[in-house]
Write a new protein. Structure first.
Lengths: 336, 326, 345
């Protein structure tokens, strides 16, 4: 088990190392080169010279790369030129992280809470109307552009029927106290429960929009996996023991069928971030997706750089955690 | 369990490749008569497909889409970039002309025929989707064949690169590529969307080829002294293609949606004289509150066509691999 | 040749003391218009403590028979008729819930592949105790020591450790022993074993069969042994039913069947067992052809195309299962127009 983790960590380091090479090359391939890219076109000559010095652009490429690695290792990716001008790019990332974590958290919980039971039901009624309808719905869910769905939801639920808040993360009139940056958590910590509730209401529409694709994935994997497990001999053994339906479902079918679902959770990270770019833009949520969008449009490459590095890191780390969790719940991997 | 050492996403893709690839190969091996067996495999797949309503619906949608794209000028007498109704737009306060004879869906905010733009939009949508898919396909083909055919350190290097591409959200990857182009154009969109699809193709192809490297027919060819290059091209590649082709069908759908997302975010083609659905949808978002139909029409087109390609791809996969129900 | 025809379906001996009396059991699959009869009017009795064999090739209906008795056939896509009266209750007509209460408690079953028949992600101990929790109302804590004893009884060494082990950590023979332990956990009166040794090594096979025989003899549990291997039957069954294409074609006490097989199919099956005392170089004598050649039972003998000595009648008329001259150890039932006699064999 320990050796397994060690090997995965080594592999992870390899990926991150290769990624650093790619980003290094990418920065130099950007139109105008790294200085324009990092400072923007309107920067003063003094600042350009200073940055050139920091990056070591007067030195040979290998030295430049080492400098780049050194900076990256210290979380130093330069200063934001447009998203939050003058702020350290890493700081931009950190301030915007809670909003995106809240949003993606709601989305993934929603996707699991609906995808798993519906996928199980569809498998139990394999070939029936419910099953076919579910599969069709999951295919449609993938075919609808996320930002369009977000707009439709917003139009009906927020504008026409006024059931839910239009955009943002919280009603600014509440003047809620900020502690961690996680608005729901802040409300609980400061006992401003109405603030928590308001933040939660703000998350519903973007959460639903963002959850569609992971829902479709979880639904279909659960369905396929339950179908496989229902055919297994050990389910027949459990039936032959006369166990109740609930015990068979919980202990024998779901326990085995959910193993592949666990691994898909990790794989959703990339997709969720892509979706977050679009939903955060539609609902004016100042999160990472919104930062990514702004950084791209206004060519704030310091911020874009941080986002690329952190997205890849998150993906790799989450998947490592998922694999470790998997090894923990599947005894065939754990005990050998 | 050795499989656990792999990243699970890779494993799933590889499994898919192995099942589809290995089965084709098994068929070829079993008979020893390549053509006869190959034909019967395709024939039985076709029999299953013909009875599958999902495939039929998907195929009809796809065929209609291609026909509309090909015969766009026949379907409308109007040019998609001419501002027929510009007079009305500038005269009135109401910037979007309503439907009228000759303009079944009315005009767009600058007085062009919305219907004509949708019809001609099919052309560019098809072009962008197919070229982006082709980019991903060819890129994946090169990387995947290199890794799958040679293994060893070539495999390691290629696959680390693919790992990185997999670890980035596709839109972020597309952003990064689009950023390399000074000005966004149709070509930057195609490349950005296409390159983001390379890792999936590469993994699939590598998996399928890996599954064959030690199979009997490859060993037989090797023992007969067939050159390695020829083994790869004539024996391994053809037998690896079926999962990749299935994937390609579905990537067409993803490409259309991704291109729309790029447009929406402002990384799309700014030149709208040659309309594309994703671009139309992206641009319509500013006016969606007052004129939702500007967004709804292209959105419906995108959803229907993307669904058509997905249905076709899914049923193809099922037909080629009866065991999978995914 | 015995042509003693009866107009009623030949009910086997009306034993008042039968533990399980299967009568006219029929299972159809597929469309109502063009059904496939996997089991076609099968009747037999199992007395308490008796070991009864159901023998035949794959596809002859022996497994479907056992699954129908257990109520384990899928709920859709098949039609079951006839009865299987167990201690006065017809199991076929029970509701799902009523059957669930009996399965594992009164009637238990073990299956062919011990690895896939065990849940891979749950420790063995829980898989043994869950059946006791369900039927005997025990708490897991109370059931564990008993599970330990049970594992010991079926010959699993170091049972305390094995309770916490997962199936993949056990050998094939050990897994089958564990499955036997689970089946016997509630002391059922009837155990059905569906090819319990097919997936195991030959040396392990013998051990498992001995264990199974000893256990049922000790506890007085009746056993239905389902197998394609007459060699398995020879060692343990009191009575043997030979099935072909969904119907019983011959039934006799073990010794009678082996010493004096009357149905050409039984004879062929016996010929396919390698014997130490047969002359070297003599070829094994399997039954030629396959079930694909079968004729429909309705108008002929299904076995006729593969039979070594068919007569014209075999293709024109359907043979009935009738009592013929009894063997040394008991009565004999036979479904054949032209049975093997001592002279022809």
């Amino acid at each position: 088990m320990l050796r397994y983790i060690a090997r995965r960590v080594l592999q992870m380091i390899g990926v991150m190392f290769a990624l650093s090479l790619l980003i290094f090359a990418w920065l130099r391939a950007l139109p105008g080169g790294p200085v324009d890219a990092l400072l923007g076109e309107r920067a003063t000559p003094e600042r350009r010279a200073a940055l050139r010095k920091v990056l070591g652009l007067d030195q040979p490429l290998p030295v430049q790369y080492l400098k780049f690695l050194d900076n990256a290792a210290h979380g130093n990716f330069g200063v934001s030129s447009a998203v939050q001008p003058g702020t350290d790019a890493m700081q931009v990332f950190l301030t915007r992280l809670p909003a995106t974590m809240e949003l993606t958290g709601v989305a993934i919980v929603l996707a699991l809470a609906t995808g798993i039971p519906l996928g199980y039901l569809a498998a139990k009624r394999h070939g029936g109307i419910f099953d076919n309808l579910g599969v069709l719905l999951s295919l449609v869910g993938v075919a609808v552009p996320v930002f369009f769905l977000a707009f439709v939801l917003k139009q009906y639920f927020a504008v026409d029927w006024q059931l839910l808040p239009l955009n943002g993360r919280q009603n600014p009139d509440l003047n809620a106290t900020r502690v961690t940056g996680f608005f729901i958590l802040d409300g609980i910590l400061t006992r401003e429960f109405d603030a928590s509730w308001d933040a939660f209401l703000h998350l519903i529409l973007p959460g639903v929009a963002l959850a569609t694709i992971p829902f479709a994935v979880v639904f279909r994997i659960t369905r396929a996996s339950v179908l496989d497990v229902l055919d297994e001999d050990f389910v027949r053994t459990a039936e032959a023991k006369g166990l109740t339906r609930q015990v068979i479902r919980r202990r024998h079918v779901l326990r085995n069928a959910l193993l592949p679902v666990v691994t898909t959770i990790g794989l959703q990270v990339g997709g969720l971030l892509t979706g977050a770019v679009l939903t955060e833009t539609v609902f004016s949520i100042a999160g990472l997706g919104d930062a990514m969008n702004l950084a791209f449009q206004q060519k704030d490459f310091s911020v874009l750089q941080v986002l690329i590095v952190m997205a890849a890191t998150t993906y790799v780390v989450v998947n490592l955690l998922v694999d470790i969790a998997y090894a923990y719940i599947d005894p065939r991997v754990r005990t050998r | 369990m050795a499989a656990m050492n792999l990243n699970r996403k890779k494993q799933r893709v590889d499994e898919l490749a192995a099942t589809t690839g290995a089965r084709v190969e098994g068929n070829v091996d079993a008979g020893g008569i390549k053509d006869a067996e190959g034909v019967s495999l395709l024939a039985s797949a076709w029999r299953r497909l013909r009875r599958n309503p999902a495939f039929l619906i998907g195929a009809v949608v796809v065929v209609l889409f291609v026909l509309v794209a090909l015969f766009a000028p026949v379907l409308t007498g109007h040019d998609p970039s001419t501002r027929y109704l510009i007079g009305e737009v500038s005269q009135q306060n109401n910037p979007v002309p309503k439907a009228r004879p000759g303009f079944p869906l009315g005009g767009d905010p600058v007085g062009r025929d919305l219907y004509a733009r949708l019809v001609f939009g099919a052309r560019n949508t098809l072009l962008v989707a197919v070229l982006a898919t082709l980019t991903g396909f060819v890129g994946g083909l090169i990387l995947g064949s290199l890794a799958g055919a040679f293994g060893g350190w070539v495999d390691s290097v290629v696959m680390r690169v693919v790992d990185i591409m997999l670890s980035l959200p596709s839109l972020l990857l597309a952003f990064s590529i689009a950023a390399l182009f000074g000005r966004a154009s149709q070509w930057s969109v195609i490349l950005a969307v296409g390159i983001a699809q390379i890792p999936i193709f590469a993994r699939l192809l590598r998996g399928a080829m890996m599954a064959q490297r030690h199979s009997d027919h490859v060993l037989a060819a090797r023992s007969l002294g067939v050159k390695p290059g020829s083994i790869v091209l004539r024996h391994m590649l053809p037998n690896s293609l079926s999962p990749v082709l299935v994937q390609a069908t579905m990537v067409v759908a993803t490409s259309i949606i991704d291109a729309a997302a790029l447009s929406y975010i402002g990384a799309g083609n700014a030149d709208d004289t040659q309309p594309e659905w994703g671009q139309m949808l992206g641009q319509a978002q500013n006016l969606i509150d007052s004129y939702p139909h500007l967004a709804v029409y292209p959105a419906i087109c995108i959803i229907v066509v993307a669904l058509g390609f997905t249905l076709m791809g899914e049923s193809l996969r099922e037909a080629l691999d009866p065991k999978s129900r995914r | 040749m015995s042509t003693q025809t009866t107009d009623i379906r030949p009910a086997p001996r009306a034993d008042g003391d039968a533990l399980l009396a299967v009568r006219d059991l029929t299972v159809e699959f597929g469309a109502r218009k063009d059904p496939f009869r996997a089991v076609d009017g099968v009747s037999f009795d199992v007395r308490p403590g008796q070991i009864v064999g159901l023998v035949g090739e794959s596809g002859c209906g022996k497994s479907v028979t056992s699954l129908a008795i257990m109520g384990l056939l899928p709920k859709r896509g098949n039609r079951i008729s006839g009865s299987a009266v167990f201690e006065g209750t017809d199991l076929i007509s029970l509701s799902d819930k009523q059957m669930r209460d009996r399965r594992g408690r009164d009637v238990a079953m073990i299956f062919q592949d011990p690895l896939s028949s065990l849940n891979p992600v749950i420790p063995l101990g829980i898989q043994v105790t869950e059946v006791m929790e369900r039927h005997r109302g025990l708490k897991r804590k109370q059931a564990m020591p008993e599970a330990r004893d049970l594992l010991e009884k079926v010959g699993i060494p170091d049972p305390n450790r094995r309770l916490k082990d997962y199936p993949h950590q056990l050998s094939g023979g050990m897994r089958q022993r564990a499955l036997i332990a689970m089946a016997l956990a509630c002391q059922p009166r009837l155990l059905i074993a569906d090819e319990p040794t097919t997936a195991l090594d030959v040396t392990i096979q013998a051990q498992i069969l001995t264990l199974l025989t000893d256990l049922v003899r000790d506890s007085g549990t009746a056993l239905i042994m389902i197998t394609h291997d007459l060699g398995v039957v020879a060692g343990m069954c009191d009575e043997v039913n030979v099935l072909y294409a969904g119907r019983i074609v011959e039934r006799a006490a073990r010794h009678d069947l082996f010493a004096d097989p009357r149905h050409p199919y039984t004879y062929g099956l016996l010929g396919s067992i390698p014997r130490l005392d047969s002359p070297r170089g003599q070829r094994l004598n399997p039954v030629p052809g396959s079930v694909a050649d079968n004729l429909p039972w309705t108008s002929a003998c299904a076995f006729a195309p593969r039979c070594s000595q068919p007569i014209a009648q075999c293709r024109e008329q359907s043979p009935e299962l009738v009592e013929t001259d009894p063997g040394l150890d008991g009565p004999r039932l036979l479904r054949c127009f032209n049975p093997i006699t001592k002279e022809t064999s």
